[in-house]
Design a protein around this ligand. Structure first.
Ligand code: ADP
Ligand code: MG
Length: 641
């Protein structure tokens, strides 16, 4: 007799559980299921995300529903459409051997009449978001006056999202004698208020310490200068080639911008936020679940209740305004007993928030330093070596081997290995040579200053000052395009474009300086003469025109953030707002998340290709990183903006 049998679950459920592959009940399941099966009671269950709450209410619910009665007997309220669909799907799995149980999902963004029709056909269980449910009640499309069970799933998140009024109103439409089961990760006041108002003498079960972070999640923070936030994110991704993560930003705008930057820099990323259409969001989630996306950049609201297993990292690109939200974020990883890491990229002024969070999660953060370029190169090299070792050979290659062997003839094994990994190494060493260390440390430990030795030297690029800027409707991307076109330069020849109101800066290699000076000083922009000068600031550590400390070898991206109010440039037209191509089917795998404007250019000049399965061999277009040995005609300059 396994442990599920001991809980009192019936045959058909046990069979379904076997199919699900659950071997033992989780703690919340072990506590909740027998209680709920035994009697009709109200219940408040507090357990972290990922502890199996769905089955904790789902199993007893399925067992208690009268399958022969087609009336609506249970209402499950859940915060988001995604969760709603997930729960519906789960309940269907649980009840697959139980004939006649119908579960209908009710959520916004889909046809309300169709949902109403499905309910009319006889749905014993409705799983709904509060907003749409309220809508249906108002239109008289649903009758919940006789339900026996009402489940509030992720109650804290629903209230967080401002559904208090809807929930109160929906609950008032249900009979007093029903049982109410409330499931929540935390117990903020609003949840307690709902419980008090709408439940009678609920049994309370708590798993783990109240409001404490899941024990399977470790918490780390990285102290950086504000302008290095984005660079830090990239390095963390580079240092974790197999990262599968949710990256949280505070606003939709930052979410979009960071995702676009990542895509531009060759990472498999996508944005998830409320400005995307439902179809776009579904597409993003599908790709994330399918692991075609490694870094899902999301707002708190959009990421509510994301239930994707095996997320390795939660990255707090910015800390949330409400530190309680941190718990919800970090709960996206470390699910189902797996280990996970929650990372915070933090600036000095936000450091005290870390201590506040430590108090809430009752866990300590570990302070870590952003890996140096050398460390990242090492990680990536080892990763590459492992990948070569683990690569399965497709025998299609046999046809080409004689020719290839011809070319490589005479090389010893050692030489061959050396050259092979150098193909990658040369590219990323080149990138990190140009990029200073960005780590900063808290406490009495030193903060890196420009006079300290760097591991790499700057590469003598020339920095220019030009008298056009955002006042002329440029942002860094459009200015870069304009310069490239006007100067007839390649896509990587103009870099570190930094747009201010009335002027801008950009860099080129010295070889282009004559051309820049001559051509640009002789063109007009809407009747105004363009003036370009070589800037005193070579992109090195000195002060530039606007008096801001140049910050040395910092890349364009993070600098822009520090100086331009976080504006990373315009929405990319045609990419569907989420940095997500609608024609993704035509470009399998990562191709789906590349920005349109760059789709033909090899990307990720940093040279790093993480070895997640989806990025391997999937792309039918520009190959990137390591499987593309030698794909670059010349060493490419890392994109610096
Ligand atoms: P919560 O609602 O508490 O956040 P979920 O119900 O979404 O958690 O479950 C999290 C994950 O754990 C899901 O992938 C689910 O399939 C899995 N899971 C749930 N119960 C068990 C179990 N008893 N054994 C193994 N996996 C489980
Ligand atoms: Mg849940």
């Amino acid at each position: 007799m396994n442990k599920f049998e001991q809980l009192g679950l019936n045959e058909s459920l046990l069979k379904a559980i076997l199919d699900l592959g659950f071997e033992n009940p989780s703690e919340v399941q072990e506590k909740a299921i027998p209680l709920l099966l035994e009697k009709d009671t109200d219940m408040v269950a507090l357990a972290q995300t990922g502890t199996g709450k769905t089955a904790a209410f789902g199993f007893p619910l399925i067992q208690k529903i009268d399958a022969d009665n087609r009336n609506t007997q249970a209402l499950v309220l859940s915060p988001t459409r995604e969760l709603c669909l997930q729960i519906t799907n789960e309940l269907k799995n649980y009840s697959k051997y139980e004939k006649g149980i119908n579960v209908v999902a009710v959520y916004g963004g889909a046809s309300i009449t169709e949902q109403a029709r499905d309910i009319k056909r006889g749905a014993q269980i409705i799983v709904a978001t509060p907003g749409r449910m309220q809508d249906m009640i108002n239109r008289g499309l649903v009758n919940i006056k006789n339900i026996d069970y009402c489940i509030l799933d992720e109650a804290d998140e629903m209230l967080n999202m401002g559904f208090y009024e809807d929930i109160v109103s929906i609950l008032s439409d249900t009979p007093d004698q029903k049982s109410t089961w409330l499931f929540s990760a935390t117990m903020p006041q609003e949840v307690a208020r709902i419980a008090k108002q709408f439940m009678s003498d609920p049994v309370e079960i708590t798993v783990g310490a109240k409001n404490s972070g899941s024990a399977t999640v470790s918490h780390e923070f990285y102290l950086v200068n504000a302008r290095d936030r984005y660079e830090a994110l990239k390095r963390l991704a580079d240092a974790n080639p197999d990262i599968f993560s949710v990256v949280f930003c505070r606003t939709k705008r930052d979410t979009q911008a960071v995702a676009e930057k990542l895509i531009e820099d060759g990472y498999s990323a996508a944005a998830l936020h409320g400005d995307l259409s439902q179809a776009q969001r579904d597409g993003v989630m599908k790709s994330f679940r399918g692991r075609q996306i490694q870094m899902l950049v999301a707002t708190d609201v959009a990421a509510r209740g994301i239930d994707v297993d095996n997320i390795t990292h939660v990255v707090n690109y910015q800390l949330p305004d409400e530190i309680e939200t941190y718990n919800h974020r970090s709960g996206r990883t470390g699910r189902a007993g797996k280990l996970g890491t929650s990372i915070v990229i933090v600036t000095k002024s936000e450091l005290r928030k870390i201590s506040s969070i430590e108090r809430i999660i009752k866990q300590k953060f570990e302070e870590k330093t952003i890996p140096s370029g050398i460390e990242i190169c090492e990680i990536q090299l080892l990763h590459l070596a492992t990948k070569i070792k683990d690569t399965e050979v497709d025998h299609e290659i046999d046809n080409y081997l004689p020719a290839i062997n011809n070319v490589l003839e005479g090389l010893s094994k050692e030489e061959l290995i050396k050259k092979m990994v150098s193909v990658e190494f040369n590219r990323f060493i080149a990138y990190y040579k140009k990029n200073r260390d960005i780590s900063t440390q808290s406490g009495e430990r030193r903060e890196r200053s420009d006079s300290e030795p760097r591991e790499f030297n700057n590469n003598g690029a020339v920095r220019y000052f030009v008298n056009i800027g955002s006042r002329d409707n440029f942002d860094w991307m459009t200015l870069k395009d304009y310069l490239k076109e006007t100067l007839d330069l390649g896509r990587d020849d103009v870099f570190k474009v930094d747009v201010k109101e009335g002027f801008s800066f950009f860099n080129t290699d010295p070889e282009h300086t004559d051309k820049v000076m001559e051509v640009l000083n002789n063109v007009q922009l809407e009747g105004r003469r363009i003036n370009v000068e070589i800037s005193k600031n070579d992109g090195g550590g000195r002060r530039d025109h606007n008096g801001r400390s140049g910050g040395g070898r910092s890349s364009g991206g993070p600098r822009r953030e520090g100086s331009g109010g976080g504006s990373f440039g315009p929405r990319r037209e045609g990419s569907g707002g989420g940095g997500f191509r609608s024609d993704r089917n035509s470009a399998p795998r990562e191709g789906g998340f590349r920005s349109d404007r760059n789709s033909s250019a090899p990307k990720r000049e940093g040279g790093f290709r993480s070895a997640t399965p989806r990025t391997e061999g999937g792309s039918d277009r520009a190959p990137r990183r390591s499987e593309s040995f030698g794909d670059s005609p010349r060493p490419r300059r890392p994109r610096r903006d």
